[in-house]
Design a protein around this ligand. Sequence first.
Ligand SMILES: Cc1cc2nc3c(=O)[nH]c(=O)nc-3n(C[C@H](O)[C@H](O)[C@H](O)COP(=O)(O)O)c2cc1C
Length: 398
Amino acid sequence: MRGRVVLGVGGGIAAFRAVELARALVHASCQVYPILTWAASQLVTPRTFAVLTGHKAQVSLWSDPESPGIDHTQLSQRADLLVVCPATANLLAKMASGVADDALTTYALAHRRAVVLAPAMNTFMWEKPAIQQALHILKGRGAVVVEPVFGRLADGEVGVGKLAPVETICAACLDQLPRTGPLADLRLLVTAGPTREALDEVRVLTNRSSGRMGVALALAAQALGAEVRLLVGPGVTVPEGLASFPFFSAEELGKLLTIHAPWAQVVLHAAAVADFRPRQVARGKLDRRQGPMTVELEPVPDLTQTIRAAVPKPYVVIFAAEQGSQLAQRAQRKLAEKGADAVVANPIDEPGVGMEAPLNRAELWTVGGRQASFPPMPKEELAREILLTLAGEWLHRP
Ligand SMILES: Cc1cc2nc3c(=O)[nH]c(=O)nc-3n(C[C@H](O)[C@H](O)[C@H](O)COP(=O)(O)O)c2cc1C
């Protein structure tokens, strides 16, 4: 279990997005306790939240006359986080001044730990000094505000006030939860998926990587308590709750690595990066009538060097897809040549495992002398095994 989250839902039109947030938090292994304002219950039904979260969705302080307990104070003893989504203008003003006149605001006053607020409202409401001052007060008390974004609002106007993307709100929530597990608080960067190198303005050279192994590593690391960022290639579905940054080409991935590698203590470089790209990108669309053609390819700079150049230098794990017969020899040579700290190699020529397949088999070597062989297993399980095998080296680094 990742943490206990009280999800407060305000009476804004974006209340339906709180349903997605509830689901995302549950997927991220949180226990979610919904509390809706009366206005929210006019827009979305409490039952939806109850079904998705497995917990009663509270709307009134007084709905259960037989209840022997004081729900809001009891819940506040156990909850790690209160997230309010959408945080209406009314809720922000009430929370800033300590009003407690319904189930949600009463709970908010009793709540003891982290608070995330995701406001959404009409631009004019958002810009009113009363609301900006309320936000200022709440931020001053430690609340994390996931700012609304620019866009078309429910009333047809265009401006700032649209609820931030649910993934952003979910990531902000997970960031606030205490981390437990063998990788607690380790900052881990994962790269996943294929690259696409442009041939002309519509065509690309790419590979068959599904990104599944990288996503599995990111999820497993998060479940083991690590703080995770995922750099993800095209066509890879990212589960909700993972902080992810998209790239298309190797060059774009290189730029992301210069930004994120200095943040990381460990980099798991599982993306299938092109070795070559067209030297020139043709303008428009190459025409079949031009007849047979030769495309000149140039090598892509080795991104392991970009990662190694980060200061402070992270522990670097590279992933190598190799032909089974030469797997051990080539993987160990790569480890030495690239200056990585560990290599995980998997075969590309064995049926049912590797690229695109749900199963994978792998061998691992580290510069520190560790060696492990993992038989074919689901990529999710393999990811956990790899992380637990390497955890010892990461946690004892100076
Ligand atoms: C259809 C509808 C949509 C609304 N959308 C918003 C909104 O997006 N943001 C907001 O702050 N208020 C919105 N309001 C106004 C709130 O519902 C109203 O201020 C209410 O008192 C808020 O109650 P609560 O903060 O207890 O949920 C909306 C009202 C209606 C009728």
